[in-house]
Every structure is written in structure tokens, then in C-alpha cells.
Design a protein around this ligand. Structure first.
Ligand code: HEC
Length: 356
């Protein structure tokens, strides 16, 4: 019950959960606190859920066995199966999948391990024409490791140099480009060698064995941002194996879930302490993904009284949820004004009372 009510406060699941049926549900406390109701899902959310989670036969209900299922971080990062239909299967070079229904399919374990090697995640950071080791590496840094990557300096040309003399692989061109000045390397060494693992995938994540007629070199290294030794790998599966067991990735996963639950970046000291709390629970629970949800919604930052609308720069701010609201860019005062935090690079516009 706590989990649902806390989520409702944050407005997270409003579109999916039927609040009236939650309110009407019977409460029980044995063997743990739970509620029992007909269906907690809004009828119009069911079709989407059925499509996205074809393995859940009856959304809104879980059998005792299913409640006992434990999804582990390791499975998320290493499983060599995915859910495909007739459109997706050929892109994975899988035959025999015949209609539009998604179904579990084993993928080629030489190239595919976990969520990061799926087409969607490989396509997202790609350019329109070619894949981008830089942006793929940036995705790992920012989303999986929670490292900060600064944008390129304005005077750096981010257009790859023409192939001269041809032929050259994308990897070789990128290395040649970013070797022109030592300053390029300070950022690019954090990103590009991670992205090189995915050179076995083209711009939309299909396996490719050559680039510009040359064989693919998918070796790379993870340069630590936390003073740990460098880790070497060859290809996306070895990189996934490293990330699956890396404490920094586990910690980041906790922070990401808290960010999602709060609906805003985890920035200030109290929020970071809550991210530590989520991480500690995640580790204590053998990296069971369910503990991320439970820990995020029981963390002090989530349950903090007075949390409400964050001040948003440039928006006409009405702070009507609560008079004392901490936020990323500022604090909402009882008068409904947004007072900018000194630590943020924002200024208060006295005319509008908004953060600029
Ligand atoms: C402060 C960090 C930083 C520095 C320093 C930096 N870059 Fe980058 N660079 C980035 C980031 C971040 C991106 C990805 C930007 C994006 O597309 O989102 C990028 C992208 C690129 C790309 C495009 C890669 C692709 O796959 O399309 C090239 C080429 C590039 N940088 C070259 C350089 C060169 C040459 C230098 C040195 C003169 C340099 N960069 C210095 C951060 C940096």
C-alpha cells in the first residue's frame, strides 16, 4: 500500500493505475502488508501493457509464482534472448518468426548480451548515416555509469574528416581526428573506446563483420572515472560482462531509479544520500531489480514532506503544492515565487519571479 500511495503522490503512475480501485481495496497485513482488489489498472492502459509485456498474460494480476520472480541486474545486462516479431527478427538474422506478436527468441550469444546490445539501444545514439562510437560510449558513461560528460568545446570540429587515404574504418577515422590535439583525448578517451565495442553493429544495430571493406576491431577499454584499474574487452558481450559486475554500474542503476521516481535529477546532498540508500538496498538484495522500486519509494528524498512542484526555469511557476519545496533550480516560496538556488547558474527575474 505504501508503495502505491507514495507513487500516486508523485503522479508517476496516474495513467496506468486506477486510483478508485486502489482506494476501495481491502487491506491485509499477513504475511506482509498488501491490498487486494479486482484490478488496479485503468482499462485503457491494458492494451499498451499487453503489447509491451506479452509474457504477462493477465496484466494487473500476478500469481504467487510470479510474485516470487526475481529479475536480476545480471540478467538485464547479460540475457541473450529478446522479444521479437516478424519485423524485428530479420534485423537480428533470426528466421521463422512469422507474425506481429512479440515472442521470446534466443539471440546469437557471440554478439548479443542484455539490453545494451538490442537494436533500439544501438540505434538511439547513432547518426542518420553511420553509427557513432562517441555517442554510444557517451550513452554508457551517462546512463549506465552516471559519469558526467561535458559537451564538445565550441572550437572542436565534430565532423569526421574525409577518408584520406581510403580505405579507413570509422574507428580509424575517429582515432585520427581526436589525435589532432591532446585536449580532444581528455573527453574522447572516456567515450570512444567504450563505443568501439559496438563497432560490430551498424547504425541500427545489425551485426556487421566489415567496415569500409576492412575487418572490425571491437576491442576497447573502460577507463575508470573512480580511480579503478582500466578494464579491457573485445566486443559487446565482454563489455556487458564487465558492466554487469561493476559496482559503479550498480550504484548508477540505483540513482537512475531514484531520478525516475522523483521525476527530477538527483542533485542535492539529501537526494544523493537517498541514492546511496537505494544502492545499499539493491546490493543487499543481490541486485534484485524489484528492490530498486521498493527502495526508491521508501527513500527519504521520495517521502520528504513538502516535496512538490520543482521550479522550472522559463516556466510560469505556480508553487501550489506546498510552501516549502526544494527543487533543482530553486525553492518555491509561500507566495508562489521561484527563488533560485545560489549553487545553480540561474538568476531570478525580479519582474516575473521566475528562474532565468
Ligand atoms: C569536453 C569534452 C570534449 C572535448 C574536449 C572534445 N570533444 Fe569531441 N565530442 C564530445 C562529445 C560529448 C561528443 C558527442 C556530441 C554529441 O553528438 O552529442 C563529441 C563528438 C565528437 C565527434 C563526432 C563523433 C561522431 O561519432 O560523430 C568528433 C569527430 C569529435 N567530437 C572530435 C573532437 C576533436 C577533434 C576534439 C579536439 C579538438 C574534440 N572532439 C574535443 C566531447 C568532447
Amino acid at each position: 500500500m505504501m508503495l502505491l500511495s507514495a507513487m500516486n503522490i508523485q503522479g508517476l503512475s496516474m495513467n496506468v493505475i486506477d486510483l478508485n480501485s486502489v482506494r476501495d481495496a481491502k487491506h491485509s497485513a499477513d504475511p506482509y502488508d498488501f491490498i487486494l482488489g479486482a484490478s488496479f489498472l485503468q482499462a485503457n492502459a491494458l492494451d499498451d501493457l499487453r503489447r509491451d509485456f506479452p509474457n504477462i498474460v493477465k496484466p494487473g494480476y500476478l500469481t504467487v509464482d510470479e510474485v516470487d520472480l526475481h529479475g536480476r541486474f545480471k540478467t538485464l545486462m547479460l540475457a541473450s534472448h529478446s522479444y521479437l516479431n516478424e519485423t524485428l527478427a530479420p534485423l537480428y538474422e533470426i528466421s521463422g518468426v512469422t507474425n506481429a506478436t512479440l515472442r521470446a527468441v534466443d539471440l546469437d550469444p557471440r554478439w548479443r548480451a542484455g539490453v545494451l546490445t538490442q537494436l533500439a539501444l544501438q540505434t538511439m545514439p547513432s547518426g542518420q548515416v553511420y553509427n557513432s562510437p562517441t555517442r554510444r560510449g557517451m550513452m554508457i558513461r551517462q546512463k549506465v555509469l552516471c559519469d558526467e560528460i561535458l559537451p564538445p568545446p565550441p572550437d572542436a570540429s565534430t565532423t569526421l574528416l574525409p577518408i584520406d587515404p581510403a580505405p579507413k574504418t570509422l574507428r580509424e577515422r575517429l582515432i585520427a581526428d581526436t589525435s589532432t590535439s591532446p585536449t580532444c583525448g581528455t573527453c574522447h578517451v572516456m567515450m570512444d573506446p567504450l563505443g568501439f565495442a559496438y563497432e560490430v553493429f551498424d547504425a541500427i544495430g545489425r551485426v556487421r563483420l566489415t567496415d569500409a571493406g576492412l575487418s572490425i576491431d571491437a576491442t576497447g577499454k573502460l577507463v575508470s572515472s573512480t580511480n579503478q584499474p582500466e578494464l579491457n574487452f573485445d566486443g559487446p558481450v565482454e563489455l556487458a560482462q564487465i558492466l554487469a559486475t561493476l559496482p559503479q554500474a550498480h550504484r548508477c542503476m540505483g540513482k537512475q531509479w531514484l531520478t525516475y521516481a522523483l521525476g527530477q535529477p538527483v542533485d542535492d546532498a539529501a537526494e544523493l544520500a537517498s541514492a546511496d540508500y537505494v544502492y545499499a538496498h539493491f546490493v543487499a538484495d543481490q541486485l534484485d531489480l524489484r528492490s530498486l522500486i521498493a527502495a526508491a519509494v521508501t527513500s527519504p528524498a521520495f517521502l520528504a514532506p513538502g516535496r512538490g512542484t520543482p521550479c522550472t526555469p522559463g516556466l510560469d511557476q505556480t508553487c501550489n503544492d506546498s510552501p516549502t519545496v526544494s527543487a533543482i533550480y530553486g525553492t518555491c516560496t509561500p507566495a508562489g515565487k521561484c527563488v533560485c538556488n545560489a549553487s545553480q547558474p540561474r538568476q531570478l527575474n525580479p519582474a516575473t519571479g521566475r528562474c532565468m
